[in-house]
Design a protein around this ligand. Structure first.
Ligand code: SF4
Length: 352
């Protein structure tokens, strides 16, 4: 049974760059209404469905926002997944298939075929990228109807990536997967979670992704929930360090003529590169997470996930800025956040 989310628990949101519903919501008793304020009107405006097929995974990422949900949330069956596709089709044209790691199940081509026959125009496969090392699997996904791929790469060398995802050999698999997609001429939007371990290597990671033909490189600031909350000291970087290294990566990608975006990096740390912030351009999204449904994820993200603090009160960009995931200032405070005094852009300017 799918439950409508209705009442935002104070806190929560994701980073895997993958919208995520908090543990608290997934664990509520069946039938209990949760996140009430967030449901009104959301469905009508949504046009992207974020469908989480389950939380099992063949990685053990040190920054995983889903934490140990793999241990207590049942994966959707194929029939349940298709039911959700049918239910959301009325309002959603785009589909993001995510988890957990969806490619460890064998029914993904079948689910994609179902989505295609229902008329979804965009079908994105979000993955840790390991199974993409098999060309025949890539071909099966493309043949089924996948229109774009969103694999993750968190390091420019094997020890860094494999260490962050807790799986030896994962780096080589992702690299092979990216080469396979390049050979198949597929649209690839990569995902890199910014952590304390890779923040100084973002430019190197960007360089590698550009050379592997990635169309859009996304850098998402880690969201300190799940495993990331437990590994905080090794995992969560300071924004001041992100501010030092991220611009070099963004500039490299842009100079190569590719697209690049950031997630959960407030505008006070993006001076001169505000164009990279993904949030203003995010589509309205309906999220299915376990047996919980959030009809208006953007509203949920703003009300329950992100935060503004004292510096934001005098910041000229406050109305354009979602602020950081609240866990960061909850732990580190607001001293790093220096309010902007320059005028924010008008809608006609160079913003996403
Ligand atoms: S609103 Fe707050 S978080 Fe956003 S740019 Fe301004 S000071 Fe930074």
């Amino acid at each position: 049974m799918v439950r409508e989310s209705q009442q935002p628990p104070r806190v929560v949101q994701d980073a895997c760059a993958h919208e995520h519903v908090p543990d608290e919501a997934a664990r509520n008793d069946a039938g209990q209404t949760i996140f009430p304020a967030l449901m009104t009107g959301g469905v009508e405006r949504a046009y992207k469905l974020d469908l989480k097929l389950g939380f099992r995974c063949n990685n053990r990422c040190t920054f995983c926002v889903q934490g140990d949900k793999r241990d207590y949330v049942e994966d959707l069956t194929t029939a349940q997944a298709i039911e959700r596709l049918e239910a959301a089709r009325e309002t959603c044209d785009g589909l993001l298939l995510t988890g957990g790691e969806i490619t460890i199940r064998d029914d993904v081509p079948e689910i994609i075929r179902a989505a295609k026959s229902l008329g979804y125009k965009l079908i994105q496969v979000q993955t840790n990228g390991r199974r993409l090392a098999y060309m025949s699997y890539c071909e099966a996904l493309v043949e089924a109807g996948a229109t774009e791929f969103n694999p993750s790469l968190h390091g420019h060398i094997a020890p860094l990536h494999d260490g962050l995802v807790g799986a030896k050999g994962a780096y080589n698999q992702v690299i092979q997967g990216l080469r396979n997609l390049q050979k198949l001429n597929q649209k690839v939007l990569s995902q890199t979670v910014i952590t304390r371990m890779n923040v100084m290597h973002l430019r190197d990671i960007a360089n590698l992704l550009v050379h592997l033909g990635v169309w859009q490189v996304q850098f998402a600031f880690v969201h300190a929930l799940g495993t990331a909350a437990k590994t905080w000291d090794q995992t969560v970087p300071r924004y001041r360090d992100v501010q030092k290294h991220l611009p070099l990566a963004l500039d490299l990608v842009r100079a190569a003529g590719r697209s690049t975006v950031t997630e959960a990096v407030p505008f006070c740390f993006l001076k001169g590169r505000e164009w990279a912030a993904v949030e203003p351009g995010l589509p309205d999204t309906t999220v299915y997470d376990g047996d919980v449904r959030i009809g208006d994820y953007a509203r949920y993200r703003l009300e329950a996930g992100k935060a503004h603090g004292p510096p934001c009160e005098v910041c000229t960009w406050q109305f354009a800025c979602e602020g950081p995931w609240h866990e960061y200032p909850d732990r580190f405070g607001w001293d790093e956040f220096v309010p902007r005094t320059d005028p924010p852009p008008s809608k006609s300017q160079d913003t996403p």
